[in-house]
Each structure stands twice: as C-alpha cells, then as structure tokens.
Design a protein around this ligand. Structure first.
Ligand code: GAL
Length: 373
C-alpha cells in the first residue's frame, strides 16, 4: 500500500508529532489545552505591596525562576489595596493565566474572584498568607507561621530568664495587621509562651493593651503592617503609661516593619541602645532591621529565606503544569473556613547580631553593603 520512502516518511513524521505532543502543555482536568491533565505554564503573581521589602524580593525572585522554566509570567503589586488586587487578578485570568500565585492583602476578600478563576480551570496557590472562606484555593506555600511566633516568645523567655522566675519586666506587645491570617498565628505562637508569665506577674503590661487572660490579638494589631502606625502607637503608650520614670523592658514585635517604627519611637523618647534599650523582636531580616540589630537597636529577627519559598512554589507550578499533585507537608493545619488547604511549610530561624555574617551574608540573602558592613 505504501512505497518504501513514503512509509519511512510517515513513520518519521508520526514519531515527530508524538514527541512534540509529549512536550506540549496540556490542559488541566477541566481546564484548557490537551487532555493529559496538565496546563499551560502561564502564571499570574499577585503580591500585596512594594512598600515592604520582602514582597519585592518575593515577587521578582519567583518571576525570574518561573521565566527561567519557560513560563509566561505576569507580576502585579497592589499597594495594599484589596480592590486593586482583585482587578489585577481578574486581568491576569483574562490575559490567559492558568495558575495564580496570590499573597492576599486581606485573606477574607478574594473568594468571588478566585471562584470565577477556578471556573475557568485556573489553579490557585496561596502564597505565604492563607486565603479564607473559599473552595478556590488549591495549595498553600508558606513558612511555619505559628513557629515564627513561638521563636519570638521563646527568645524573650530565654533572654529574660523567665523560666527561672526572673521578673517583673515591663512588656509592650504588638500584633500584625488584623486582615492578615498570618498575624494571628504569629501572635498565638508567642502568646502561648508568654501568657503564663503575664499570669504569674513576671511580665506586666503598663499600657494595659492586653491582659493576662486576653488573647484578642486584633485589639493590638497594626493595620497594613505600617512602620509609621507602629511608631505612633508606641509614642502613645510611652506618653500615656511611662510617665513615672519606669521603662519599657521588652517589646513583642511580630515583624521588622513594626519593629522599625517602635525603635524610632524609643529613640525619640530618649532611650539609648546598650543602656536602657528594651529587648525587641522582629521577622523578615529586612536590611534596615539587620542594621538595627548590628547597632544594638533590635535584639533578633526571625529569618524566612524567601528564596526557598520561591523554590517551593516553582516546584508546585511544575507539578501543576505536568498534571501531577504538588508535594505538601501539612494537610491538616490550615483550615480556611471552607476546606483544609494542603500546604507546604518551610522552617523559619532566629538571627541575632552574631549570626548576621554567617547566616545572612554568607548565604547570599543579603550583601554586606546592604547592612553597612
Ligand atoms: C506577613 C508576612 C511577614 C510580615 C508581614 C508584613 O504576612 O508573613 O513576613 O512581613 O506580612 O509583610
């Protein structure tokens, strides 16, 4: 039926077509494209703001990784405005994104836009902050947020010798943005360590902003994580509750942007690093705060190597594109009110002054020049 040359041509062409089909992106199950259960590598990354250092690193780093894998990537920052983030996500889906990586500004507001995306076959990865109240979150990649708080609480416990009965010490507790699901985990991790010492009287809170039995962290939350607002709150507490000569001896700050504002307030109030300066916690290893640590204006930060978070999301994207189930290591903790979202948690670690060079500089996370070294 087929002459020799024709038969060979048909066989070679068939083989070429087969091999090309194997590389072509296939649609999700119910998504677009082929029927192998995969999807196009077309990714929308929605980050909350450029005003906090870590999100710039997160967004740019992930975009570079995914583009290196040949993905089409759209990266957007929403100035901490939820409406802006919602329309950015809508535009990304309209523009062909088949995977969304979303660091929510407000974890309670994205249900409708993500349900619409899911209806178009889009897979959603919650990035660092859990997205609540919707089925349309497929995976969650973050650090162990409760452990971040525990590390902060245990640092204070150890530095003050609380387990050995030391005290009383004047504590001023702060919490993160009330619309950020992470902030509740940060606070609870720390408060589970510190609350017993408040109950015992070893820690006292002259501002009364939180009582021994109260764990209403949102009452001491700083909306949007702003340094200026944290500074204003600390100014208010110092002017209102520290007028008799007593001093703040320890501050629970959930992250570096708040710590920076608190440190500015203490300097304005005449506190002196190395003299009457309180213990202050933080998180994120922001450049300004690492410099503060080197200058004895901050005691520690909880470092989250966001490059690792990017690697994890990159691996999740690769699996989704291939039509495989991404690896997770915690499928029980993160209940978003509608479902327990399968998660991959990375480990945070404490960094103090002596660790800066060996941990942050030698790992390449920061350059010596970033922190005045
Ligand atoms: C949290 C994040 C922290 C902290 C804060 C402000 O959700 O996990 O790293 O920096 O937002 O961006």
């Amino acid at each position: 039926m087929f002459k020799g040359r024709t038969l060979i041509t048909l066989v070679v062409t068939g083989g070429l077509l087969a091999s090309l089909a194997a590389c072509a992106p296939a649609g999700t199950s119910g998504g677009t494209g082929g029927d192998a259960g995969g999807t196009d590598c077309n990714v929308g990354i929605a980050m909350p703001t450029r005003s906090l250092e870590r999100w710039i690193n997160d967004g740019e780093g992930l975009k570079t990784k995914l583009e290196g894998d040949g993905c089409t990537v759209d990266l957007q920052y929403a100035d901490n405005k939820t409406d802006q983030q919602i329309s950015q996500i809508q535009n990304q889906v309209a523009g062909g994104a088949k995977i969304l990586v979303v660091a929510a500004i407000d974890g309670e507001t994205l249900g409708p836009v993500l349900e619409d995306a899911a209806g178009q076959g889009v897979t959603v990865i919650a990035y660092d902050r859990l997205i609540n109240g919707t089925e349309a979150v497929d995976y969650y990649a973050t650090f162990d947020n409760y452990k971040v708080g525990t590390l902060q609480g245990e640092f204070i416990e150890e530095q003050l010798g609380l387990a050995d009965g030391a005290g009383p010490f004047n504590l001023e507790p702060f919490a993160g943005s009330p619309d950020d699901n992470n902030a509740g985990f940060f606070f609870q991790g720390a408060w589970d360590v510190l609350q017993p010492y408040v109950e015992s009287g070893q820690l006292v809170i002259p501002s009364g902003k939180l009582s021994a039995t109260n764990d209403d962290w949102k009452s001491i939350g700083i909306l949007g994580w702003g340094s200026d607002d944290a500074q204003a709150e600390m100014d208010n507490r110092l002017q209102s509750f520290y007028t008799g000569g007593q001093k703040v001896q320890v501050v629970l700050s959930p992250n570096d942007s708040l710590a920076l504002g608190i440190e500015q307030s203490l300097l304005s109030a005449g506190y002196t690093p190395g003299s009457d300066w309180p213990i202050i916690t933080g998180q994120d290893a922001d450049k300004a705060n690492v410099q503060a640590i080197l200058n004895d204006q901050q005691s520690m930060t909880v470092w989250k190597d966001t490059r690792e978070l990017g690697d994890q999301v990159q691996a999740m994207v690769k699996s989704i594109v291939a039509g495989e189930t991404p690896e997770t290591n915690d499928d029980t903790t993160y209940d978003n009110g509608v479902k327990v979202v399968p998660a991959y948690l990375l480990d945070p670690q404490v960094v103090v002054k002596d660790d800066v060079e060996s941990v942050l500089i030698d790992s390449g996370f920061l350059k010596a020049s970033d922190v005045g070294l």
